[in-house]
Ligand binder design. Structure first.
Ligand SMILES: [Zn+2]
Ligand SMILES: [Zn+2]
Length: 649
C-alpha cells in the first residue's frame, strides 16, 4: 500500500503493532536491505537484537555445521535469521541452541569489523567461510547472493565474533556480553530474498533485551495481550461476528452489544465535535470514477480499492458525440476515503473567507480491499467506520485549528485513560521535492513551521521524523500505549495543501481574490473497528459504565410479584433515561444471577430483595469490585446518570 499516493493517511488508522509470532507468517515477507543511512539510525535495542541474531547463528553453526545462512535483521519486537539446513529446527531444539548462545555471550567476544574487497569476500564465500565458524566444503551460497546486492561504492564488511564470521554491514553492540537477555520464540518458513522462486528457508525468531527484567516484562505483556485478545473477548461478550460465508471476510457485523459501544463512541465524537464548531454531513458510499481520478486514488491507490461497479443504465441516452454509439458503462467505486466527498461539499457553494474555518465531520464508512491474508479480527478489515473530518481553513487560521485538533486528542486520552502517547511529526525531504513530495517548497516550509510551532507551544510530547511526510503535506501519527504497554498507532492528522487545488476548491479572500484553502484531515478516534479492538484490550472487556454494552442489570431476590413489579419499574425508569438496563427476574438463586451478570461483564448490578423494597433502597454491586452495599434508590439512579454523563472511568 502506498500511503503517499492517497489523499489521506490510509495506512495509519489505529494500526496495532502485533507481536510477530501472533501474526500469520508470510513466506514472502522479507526485511529489505537497509541503506547506510537507515543503518545509522538503528536504535540501541535494534543493534542489540541484530547482534543476538549473529550469536544465534553461531550457536546453530556449532550444532549443525552445514547450516547455510542468508540474512538476520532486527525486526519489530526481536530478530530472526533465515537458514537452510537439512535438520528441521523445532522449538524442542531451542534449549540446545540457547545453551550454545549462552557460551558465546559468556565468552564476551568483541564484534570486530573488517573491511574487505569484493574479490576477497567472493573468495571467502566460495570457501564456505561466511556465516560460518570455519571454511567448509560447500560455498556460502546465500552470502554470495547477498554480496551481489551490495551496491558498488559501498564498503564490504565482515563482522567477526569469536570464530563466527559474517558478511554484514552492522551496526552491532561492542561485545557479545552486551546482550543482556534473550529467548528464541518461533520457527517459520521464508523464501530466500522473499521470492517464491527461491529456495525455502527456515526462519528462526527470537527476541533480546538489555536485561532479564525487560525480557520478563515483555513476555508477561504478551501473555496479558493473549488473555485480552479482542477476538476472544469480542466473541465471549457477543460484540461482533465476521460472517465469512454470507457477508464476506473483513466485513464485521456489529451485534447489539457491540453496536452499543459504537453508538456510545459516536455520541462522544458528536458532542465533542459539536462543541468545537464542527458541522455534520452525510455522504454516499460510492462515487463516480471521475472523483477518484481527480483525487489521485486512481491509479495510485487502485489496488486497495474494491473493483468498480459498472452501470449500464441510460447507456443509450449517453451516446458518444462523434460515433453516435452507446457510451461506455458508467463506473462507480466504493469509497476508500471520505475526503473527496467532503471536498465536493466544500465545492457545492461559493465560499468566502467568512465561511472559514469550515469543519465538515462524518462517521463515514469506507471500503478497502485488504489482502485476505492481512485481515485480522477488527484490526484489519475491509469496511471501516471512520471518525473523519476535514477542516478547510486559511493559512492564518491554521495554527489555531491544528491546536484545536490536538486538544481534542488530549481530551480523548484523558477519557480513555491513555497515559502514554507520542505524536510522530513527519516532515519532507527537500532533496525529494517533485518525486516523493509535492514540489512546493514554500508551502512545505510554511506548513511544517506552523505544525512545529503548535507542537512546541502546546507542550505536547512529540518527535520529528524527516522524510516520512505524505505526498501532499506533513503528517502526525499518534502512537498510544494500551494499559498493558502495547503500542498502537492511533489515527493521523494530516495537513494537505495539494488536493484542494486538484479539486479546484477556492474561497474569496478578504482582498477579493480566489484562494485555495488548506485542509486538515483528522480522525482522533480512528475507525470504530480498530478503536474498539484497542479498547477491548485496553479494558480487557471491562468497559467503564458509559461504554459498557449492558450498563445495569436489575436482579431480584426471588420472583414474588411486588418485587418483580418494582424491579421492572426501575429498569423502565433507567431506560427512559437512556441507560442500557436489563432485568433478571428469574426464580434462580441470587448468587447464580450475580455470577451470570459478572460473566457477562455487566457494569452495575442492582439487587433488590424484600427488605430493600421496604426501605426504598437497592443493593449495588459493581463488576469486578464486588458489593458497595445498600443505598437509597434515588441516590443510586442519580449516581449512575452522573457517571455516564461525566464518562468517568
Ligand atoms: Zn550483523
Ligand atoms: Zn481525509
Amino acid at each position: 500500500m502506498n500511503a503517499d499516493a492517497s489523499s489521506c493517511p490510509f495506512e495509519a488508522f489505529l494500526f496495532a503493532i502485533y507481536p510477530f509470532f501472533l501474526m500469520q507468517e508470510t513466506n514472502t515477507e522479507q526485511a529489505e536491505r537497509k541503506t547506510p543511512d537507515e543503518r545509522s539510525k538503528l536504535t540501541d535495542l535494534e543493534r542489540l537484537r541484530h547482534s543476538c541474531a549473529h550469536v544465534m547463528a553461531t550457536a546453530i553453526a556449532r550444532l549443525w555445521p552445514d547450516a547455510q545462512f542468508s540474512s538476520g535483521p532486527a525486526v519489530e519486537n526481536g530478530f530472526y535469521y533465515d537458514v537452510d539446513l537439512t535438520h528441521r529446527i523445532t522449538p524442542e531444539d531451542f534449549p540446545a541452541i540457547e545453551a550454545e548462545m549462552k557460551k558465546e555471550i559468556k565468552a564476551n567476544h568483541p564484534f570486530e569489523r573488517l573491511v574487505v574487497t569484493r574479490e576477497q569476500a567472493a573468495k571467502d564465500a566460495e570457501a564456505g567461510r561466511l556465516g560460518a565458524l570455519s571454511e567448509r566444503p560447500t560455498p556460502s551460497r546465500f552470502k554470495l547472493g547477498n554480496l551481489a546486492d551490495i551496491p558498488e561504492g559501498e564498503a564490504i564488511t565482515y563482522f567477526k565474533s569469536g570464530d563466527f564470521i559474517d558478511l554484514c554491514a552492522g551496526p552491532h553492540v561492542m561485545r557479545t556480553g552486551n546482550i543482556g537477555a534473550y529467548r528464541l520464540t518461533s520457527v517459520a518458513s521464508a523464501y530466500y530474498k522473499g521470492d517464491e522462486r527461491n529456495p525455502q528457508l527456515q526462519r528462526i525468531y527470537g527476541t533480546a533485551f538489555k536485561n532479564k527484567t525487560d525480557l520478563e516484562a515483555y513476555f508477561t505483556m504478551l501473555e496479558e495481550a493473549k488473555r485480552r485478545d479482542h477476538r476472544k473477548i469480542g466473541a465471549e461478550m457477543g460484540l461482533y461476528v465476521i460472517d465469512t460465508e454470507y457477508v464476506g471476510p473483513g466485513l464485521p457485523l456489529w451485534l447489539p452489544k457491540g453496536a452499543a459501544i459504537v453508538e456510545a463512541l459516536e455520541d462522544l465524537a458528536k458532542e465533542t465535535e459539536f462543541e468545537a464548531g464542527y458541522l455534520r454531513v452525510k455522504t454516499p458510499h460510492i462515487a463516480r470514477e471521475k472523483m477518484y481520478l481527480t483525487s489521485g486514488h486512481i491509479p495510485l491507490y487502485l489496488d486497495s480499492m474494491f473493483p468498480p461497479i459498472e452501470l449500464h443504465e441510460n447507456a443509450r441516452d449517453h451516446l458518444e458525440p462523434t460515433s453516435g454509439a452507446p457510451a461506455h458503462a458508467e463506473r462507480y467505486y466504493l469509497k476508500a476515503m471520505n475526503c473527496p466527498h467532503h471536498h465536493r461539499i466544500f465545492a457545492a457553494e461559493p465560499r468566502s473567507y467568512r465561511d472559514l474555518p469550515l469543519r465538515l465531520a462524518e462517521y463515514g464508512c469506507c471500503y478497502r480491499y485488504e489482502q485476505s491474508g492481512e485481515l485480522f479480527g477488527l484490526m484489519r478489515v475491509r469496511s471501516l467506520n471512520m471518525n473523519d473530518s476535514h477542516i478547510y481553513c486559511t493559512p492564518e487560521q491554521f495554527a489555531q485549528e491544528f491546536n484545536g485538533v490536538n486538544e481534542m486528542y488530549l481530551k480523548y486520552f484523558k477519557i480513555f485513560g491513555i497515559d502514554k502517547y507520542v505524536m510522530r511529526f513527519s516532515t519532507h525531504d527537500p532533496a525529494k521535492l517533485g518525486q516523493k513530495f509535492v514540489d512546493d517548497p514554500v508551502l512545505w516550509k510554511q506548513t511544517e513551521d506552523m505544525v512545529r510551532r503548535v507542537l512546541q507551544e502546546s507542550g505536547i510530547n512529540y518527535i520529528e521524523v524527516p522524510n516520512e511526510a505524505a505526498f501532499y503535506g506533513p503528517k502526525i501519527d499518534v502512537q498510544v500505549w494500551s494499559v498493558i504497554g502495547r503500542e498502537f498507532t492511533l489515527a493521523t492528522n494530516q495537513v494537505d495543501f495539494a488536493v484542494p487545488r486538484k479539486f479546484g476548491l477556492t474561497y474569496r479572500g478578504r482582498d477579493n481574490t480566489e484562494k485555495t484553502p488548506l485542509c486538515i484531515h483528522r480522525a482522533p478516534l480512528g475507525t470504530h473497528e480498530r478503536f474498539i479492538g484497542f479498547l477491548i484490550e485496553h479494558y480487557a472487556g471491562n468497559f467503564p459504565l458509559w461504554l459498557a454494552p449492558e450498563q445495569v442489570r436489575v436482579l431480584t431476590v426471588g420472583d414474588e410479584e411486588p418485587l418483580l413489579e418494582h424491579a421492572k419499574a426501575l429498569v423502565k425508569e433507567l431506560r427512559a433515561a437512556r441507560v442500557r438496563a436489563e432485568g433478571d427476574y428469574s426464580s434462580d438463586k441470587i448468587n447464580g444471577k450475580i455470577q451470570r451478570a459478572e460473566q457477562a461483564k455487566v457494569h452495575t448490578m442492582l439487587v433488590i430483595g424484600q427488605r430493600d423494597l421496604q426501605a426504598g433502597a437497592v443493593s449495588v454491586r459493581v463488576h469486578g469490585k464486588g458489593s458497595l452495599g445498600a443505598k437509597p434508590r434515588t441516590e443510586v439512579i442519580a449516581g449512575i446518570l452522573d457517571s455516564i454523563r461525566a464518562r468517568s472511568a
